[in-house]
Write a protein of this length. Sequence first.
Lengths: 201, 395
Amino acid sequence: MATIGHNNINAKLVLLGDMGAGKSSIVLRFVKGQFLEFQESTIGAAFFSQTLAVNDATVKFEIWDTAGQERYHSLAPMYYRGAAAAIIVYDITNEDSFARAKKWVLELQKQGNPNMVVALAGNKADLEDKRKVTAEEARAYAEENNLFFMETSAKTASNVNDMFCEIAKRLPRAQPAPNPAGMVLVDRPSEGSRAAASCCS
Amino acid sequence: MYGTQSKIDHALEYQAQIAILRPSIHSRRANLTVKFQDLYGFTVEGNVDDVNVLNEVREKVRERNRLWWALEASKGANWYLHCSMGEGSTSSSLKSSLKLSVLTNAITLKKLIRQGIPPVLRPKVWFSLSGAAKKKSTVPESYYDDLTKATEGKVTAATRQIDQDLTRTFPGHPWLDTPEGHAALRRILVGYSFRDSDVGYCQGLNYVAALLLLVMKTEEDVFWMLAVLLENVLVNDCYTNNLSGCHVEQRVFKDLLAKKCPRIASHLDSMGFDVSLVATEWFLCLFSKSLPSETTLRVWDVLFYEGAKVIFNVALAIFKMKEDELLLTRHVGEVINILQITTHHLFDPDDLLTVAFETIGSMTSNTISKQRKKQEPEVMKELDERFRRLNSLKI
């Protein structure tokens, strides 16, 4: 859940999607501004935090980057429980990964927090010549399911920060923190290797 | 084929590099972070104190070497290969003085192994004591060669996933991340995926097999170590279908944490912090992604001799070592930071293992088995319900 205080918002965010879709690369791009051609496969999940300044507030994302292999699916509820936002990632060069993304959407609709901001990210947008999933198809699906959609490239950095900014803007502002999952999120000054990035307007 | 000699040369090279990095007073003042390669070729980042610790560890390894060779001289060559730690054999061992010497050796060996097996002896000692040698001896000599030949060129869901992970397994390692390293890792993982189709390929095994490749003398021995690990040492179904075995272990771990470290458990619980968030990776990768290589291998020394309960001792120890700091945390991120920094900097294996076996205290395999039995039905019920719920979702 997103919690609020003095215009500081803490938001738990989870990345879900097929193995090799680029979840860890998107996080690494967003948190450290880096890209690795060969990113270590994630086991269980990895945790990161990053702060963003949006118009009226500072949003501190607490990011859970999960493992993509199908059998790790059974661990996912532990990571999306109480999340304010989710990014469901697929690889535009891989149709199976898009099918998998749709399954995640369904699962979050049934099991996740109803106010969750859900983004659909078509990653590896730099690999246009290998594209298998059209942007139109994905956009139509996203609209139908009330998700917001962007094609991203962790490699070129295209749309990665924008996507997090957009999520930050869409997080519910006014409600107090009910915190049903008991995850304690307290306000702290921004820390970490990068200073609070300013959001695009 | 897979070159043992070149690997040994590499190891010597890394040791030389560590020596060059011996810190000056100047750099110590600046508290510089340096990148260096450890004994197994992994690039690690640390400050000059870490480099010093690593040098001390190397010195301790040499001492252990001398000790094991001295025992070899006094007790006979390969004496440790004849020690049986089977729990049932203990009482009958007492019946004759000859058997008594076996028991004495077994006690000596248990203690010695907790102090660490010298890296040069690891391939032989692990292979024998883990049961891998016995497993291998039950099938024709050509089993592994036949298996790799028969599976060559076959494409399955598992092989596709393995291919995706080869370059993502310890990327940048000077041997593992080469065509030769990838090919060896691939043959082992593909071979195993055909040996046990219930496991097929599970992410996490790539790291375990890769680290085994740096220790064992031959690729075939790695295959058998992996087999004995999954089929005998670890709890069943850790890596299958829905990781049910892993779910059971996590529940047992939570119970043990509440029992052995009650203050930490209740503090984290009040924050809504589920320890599985971090411990899952430890259990599935057997610490290979979190601890420095020699520390991981010291854990494996004991794991292969005493069994899977060792993972609990070590995981509990990591929390226990940072009890005071953990009790001050107010936030999920802080807990994770503390645990990550701690594990990444545990360059001295004795720091960890002393807490794991002395402070945490002994837990018998029997106790752990009982706990697992208690948790199994609940885990299966939960996974089953979840499976049915997800199946009812239609696109």
